[in-house]
Design a protein around this ligand. Structure first.
Ligand SMILES: Cc1cc2nc3c(=O)[nH]c(=O)nc-3n(C[C@H](O)[C@H](O)[C@H](O)COP(=O)(O)OP(=O)(O)OC[C@H]3O[C@@H](n4cnc5c(N)ncnc54)[C@H](O)[C@@H]3O)c2cc1C
Length: 580
């Protein structure tokens, strides 16, 4: 991967320029950047981690696109926390464990849930303007909503655009700190570990980063690296997530030697707007909570045929019912209809959703809105401990990229931002305690692009992107079967070989980096789904439609083979109790 070089110069920003020794290498020097902490990702997880790290440590926060381009900005509902006198930690814990269908780690749930009110206090302290009311029962005087799975009103929110408010306030706060440098349009290609460098042990020492504007791969060396790269729902054809949610961090951690757990549990949101120009626009569950109906085109309701709770059934049941009806009747979409409610009520409760639909030609006060289920949240991820540490020393994973044990087989609504912000703090504190400021950074070779050329067949990248997302939707979607999963496995094995070959011949681009990663993630999801021979939480398979009680507390843990990291073809799949 890398080659050795000679130091040329160090500029005023601490950037070191190297010239490599390879004869046929381009004469352009590679840029080297040195930091105490390198954070990949600028959503709630990445920025909150940065804000909890001591000002004596130099931090770089990278985003592969604009700083606010991740999932965080898109969150509508809010953040769950026990803020009402009549609510309790025990009840929030019990609700989370019940949603997680036998796979939540009770210690992790208790630790995270008990952070809730501190998280909200902290967000208030940096200026997040939560919607308020004068509820005397609420210690914070905040308006609290109730979402699927919660037995109490406990979701603090900023109207129907909570994520946007949180994201912009976090960015404002980070910009005030001189010790934090922000890099937009920098996409991480791979982690650099001592194992990959042929040194002893497996410790993360930095990352190769593709500067999208210059087209060059730069080296970021750091004493700690934090993966805060978000989820992987883009691996499916239909998703509520923005374009960047390709599971880059998951794939990089896997290639570097981290265990990955519970990837079969992908959450599908039942109601994404079905419109060619709004490829990832979510219609909040709160619409159903306020009386919205799910119907066929002729207005027929059908959810009560699947669950006595009808529209108020949990989101996985609603998504499965819609998927069934769409497949049975060959439909492109179903409808979400709240037009029977007064127009002022709708505009008042859903100002942003109403405006967005109107801009796309749908007036939700007057008509039903076409919707499809869409991949929404990645419950599994990189295995971490209670500080957010992964299996690799000095590498943390925080937020949607991580598997902490909080969500189990099904994430409860609004627990994910809480997880990002709680673990941001845990990891920040751990980094403060264990970073040795005087420790030396490891010598890292520059990126070697000497043996690759510009691609002459970019169609391969576009084609493979489409193919993976299409077969993941058709074969590894809401309802699965062993036969379909096996079909998907055959295809992904083939595609991974093709993509790896392409990757070794052509210069990297953002699309190629992401394609290589979604292929890895697709493989991890398929393997995990094949390994779980039961239906539980978000994983439903026609061949094993029942939950097997003897599988309670048994997580799917994939263990990479460091000798075959690129595709990990021969890796074992273990269904085991997790020992962190
Ligand atoms: C439509 C929608 C509504 C939601 N509503 C809610 C809600 O109401 N409540 C709730 O709790 N949760 C909600 N969620 C889930 C929640 O928003 C996410 O789980 C959470 O925001 C994830 O935050 P994160 O910081 O882990 O990742 P993100 O916010 O997705 O940030 C990922 C960051 O990583 C960067 N990145 C990724 N790959 C690379 C790379 N290779 N190199 C460099 N940078 C990289 C991205 O550019 C981005 O900056 C919702 C999600 C969606 C999509």
């Amino acid at each position: 991967m890398g080659i050795n070089g000679d130091i040329l110069t160090i500029d005023a920003n601490g950037v070191t320029y190297f010239v490599t020794e390879l004869e046929n290498m381009s004469s352009k020097p590679s840029k080297f950047h040195d930091y105490d902490v390198l954070i990949l990702g600028s959503g709630a997880a990445g920025l909150s981690t940065a804000l909890h790290i001591d000002q004596s440590l130099r931090i770089a926060v990278l985003s592969k696109a604009a700083l606010s381009s991740g999932n965080t900005s898109y969150a509508q509902g809010g953040i769950s926390a026990v803020l009402d006198d009549e609510d309790s930690f025990d009840q929030h814990i019990a609700d989370t464990i019940s949603a997680g269908a036998g796979l939540c780690d009770p210690d992790v749930v208790a630790k995270t849930i008990s952070e809730g009110s501190d998280v909200i206090d902290w967000l208030l302290s940096i200026g997040v303007d939560f919607t308020r009311d004068n509820n005397p029962q609420s210690t914070h005087q905040l308006h609290l909503t109730r979402e699927g799975g919660h037995t109490h009103r406990r979701v603090a929110h900023v109207a129907d655009a909570t994520g946007n408010a949180v994201q912009s306030q976090l960015i404002d706060e980070v910009r005030k700190r001189d010790h934090i440098a922000l890099y937009a349009n920098y996409i991480a290609v791979d982690l650099i570990t001592t194992h990959k460098l042929g040194l002893q042990g497996n410790c993360c020492v930095g990352a190769y980063i593709f500067n999208i504007e210059s087209g060059e791969v730069e080296v970021f060396r750091a004493k700690n690296v934090v993966l805060a790269t978000g989820g992987a729902s883009k691996v499916y054809l239909y998703t509520s997530n923005p374009d960047g949610a390709c599971g880059d961090g998951l794939a990089m951690a896997w290639r570097a030697g981290c265990r990955v757990s519970n990837m079969e549990f992908m959450q599908f949101h039942p109601t994404c707007l079905y419109h060619p120009k709004a490829k990832s626009y979510l219609l909040s569950e709160a619409i159903r909570g306020e009386g919205g109906k799910i119907t066929l085109e002729d207005g027929t309701e059908f959810l009560h045929e699947f669950d006595p709770r009808g529209v108020l059934a949990p989101r996985d049941i609603v998504a499965r019912a819609i998927d069934y009806m769409m497949k049975k009747h060959g439909l492109d979409n179903v409808y979400l209809d709240i037009s029977h409610k007064p127009a002022d009520f709708i505009k008042d409760h859903f100002p942003n959703i109403h405006a967005r639909c109107l801009a796309l030609g749908y007036d939700m006060t007057k008509q039903a809105i076409p919707v499809v289920p869409a991949a929404h949240y990645t419950c599994g991820g990189v295995v971490t401990d209670e500080h957010g540490q992964t299996d690799i020393a000095q590498l943390y994973a925080i937020g949607e990229v991580a598997f902490t044990g909080l969500h189990g087989a099904n994430r409860m609504a609004s627990n994910s931002l809480l997880e990002c912000l709680a673990y941001g703090r845990f990891a920040g504190q751990h980094i403060n305690r264990y970073t040795n400021e005087s420790a030396q950074l490891v010598d890292i070779p520059a990126w070697d692009a000497s043996r690759v050329s510009d691609s002459d067949e970019e169609i391969v990248v576009a084609h493979n992107w489409d193919e993976i997302r299409r077969f993941m939707w058709d074969y590894v979607g809401i309802v699965r079967s062993t036969k379909r999963l096996q079909r998907a496995k055959n295809r992904i094995d083939l595609l991974q070989r093709e993509i790896d070959e392409y990757y070794s011949h052509f210069k990297v681009t953002s699309d190629l980096i992401e394609l290589r990663n979604i292929a890895v993630v697709a493989d991890l999801i398929i393997r995990s789904a094949l390994a779980r021979k039961e239906s539980r939480g978000l994983h439903y398979t026609l061949d094993y439609p029942e939950t097997n009680p003897s599988m309670d507390n048994i997580n799917t843990v994939l263990i990479p083979d460091l000798n075959q990291p690129a595709a990990g073809w021969d890796t074992e799949t273990h269904l085991s109790r997790l020992h962190k």
